[in-house]
Structure formats: C-alpha cells, structure tokens
Design a protein around this ligand. Structure first.
Ligand code: GAR
Length: 209
C-alpha cells in the first residue's frame, strides 16, 4: 500500500506531536504512519508522548553532540528508517543547508505566526508571541510551510489567523494560537501531504521498469 512513513522532530513539550498522534488515532491520516519521533534534547517531554503511543524514539542531545554530530545521527536514522516526510513540530533549531540537501525528502515546519511576519532567525517559541505583542498587531496565527535553506522561508502550505486580545500575555497568546491554529493546521497539512506522497509512491511502484 506504500504508506507514507513520517518522522517527527521535537525539542520540548510536544503538544503539536500530540495533535498528530490524536489525529492519527481518530483515523484522519489513513495514508501515513508516524514511524519515528526524534528529539534534540534527551529530556524532551515529546518523547514521553511518543513512548505512550508506542512510537519508536530517537533521543539525541544536540548540546552534547554539537550541530554537526546531531545532524549526522539524525540523518542516519531517517535514511535507515526510509522516512518519506520529516515534520518539525516544535523543533527550536535551524537545520543546515547540507542536512536538507542530503535528506532528499520533503520537510515541513509549524511556525506560531503568520509568516513572513515574525519569522526567521531568533523567532521561536514564546519569543514570537512577545514580538507580536510588542508590535501591537491585532492578528497573529500559525503557518505550516516547507523547510528550505532560508529559516522560515520555504513555500507556505497552510495558514490560520487568530486574534490578539486585550490583556494578552505571551503565554496566553501562545495557548490561543496553539488551540485555535497549530493543533488543527499541522494534522491537516500532514494528512494532505501523506496522501500526495502515497500517490507518488504507488505511481512509481506501478511504473514499468
Ligand atoms: C509551538 O508553538 C511551535 O509552533 C513553536 O514552538 C512551540 C512548540 O510547542 N515552534 C517554533 O517556534 C519554530 N520556529 P510544542 O513542543 O508543544 O509543540
């Protein structure tokens, strides 16, 4: 059947990973399967979520390994596991141009703002929401986009707007953006891509040699 094998990369809490797990359990991604969850920190809570869902994990320590060592170990695991799609779900680092080129499968990321606003180097996690509040804009949201060599610069797949409300703190805004945008958008984008990639896989298997 050529199911799309996806790997999810996390750095911390992993609520977006949980949204993907829950969506898969509801049967919303019939074309894909989470084959691996990898982390950049060995104590990332996202790993616990993966273990609870009986998904194989790869706990890496980016601080100890350094960026190159981390990417080398990650790349090796993704190639060994024949991953078709890499999903950055709360991954708070930037992947190198070399890693992206060598992996040769699509990589997507969820970003907690309406790109191209509040994106790029230095905009991650709560810092994004702090910047949104400091700018005084009435709306923010979330974006799922392809990852290329430009941080937060790849083609946009899906976006959803969320209001900024009076009295918001970065934490309140982060929670609203997650609940109203991220946890819906990421499973939608992943299911859509898995279907597309499964079609491509089946077409290539059917093609005469
Ligand atoms: C999420 O808001 C995600 O969009 C953001 O970090 C948070 C991680 O939460 N990612 C970035 O800022 C990437 N530039 P989670 O670990 O609970 O999914």
């Amino acid at each position: 059947m050529g199911l799309t094998r996806l790997a999810v990369l996390v750095s911390g809490s992993g609520t977006n990973l949980q949204a993907l797990i829950d969506s898969a359990e509801r049967g919303e991604n019939p074309a894909g399967r989470i084959a691996l969850v990898a982390s950049s920190a060995p104590d990332a809570y996202g790993l616990e979520r993966a273990r609870a869902a009986r998904i194989p994990v790869l706990a890496l320590d980016k601080k100890a390994l350094g960026s190159q060592g981390f990417e080398a170990r990650l790349l090796q695991a993704l190639l060994e596991q024949e991953i078709d799609l890499l999903v950055l779900a709360g991954f708070l680092h930037i992947l190198s141009r070399d890693f992206i080129a060598r992996l040769q499968v699509p990589i997507i990321n969820i970003h907690p703002a309406l790109l191209p606003a509040f994106g790029g180097r230095g905009f991650y996690g709560l810092k994004v929401h702090q910047a949104v509040l400091a700018a005084g804009v009435p709306f923010t949201g979330a974006t799922v986009h392809y990852v290329n060599e430009i941080p937060d610069g790849g083609q946009i797949l899906l976006q959803k707007q969320v209001p900024v409300l009076p009295g918001d703190t970065p934490e309140l805004l982060q929670q609203r953006v997650m609940e109203q945008a991220e946890w819906l958008l990421l499973p939608q984008a992943v299911a859509r891509l898995c279907t597309e990639l499964q079609r491509q896989k089946e077409a290539s298997l059917d093609a005469p040699s």
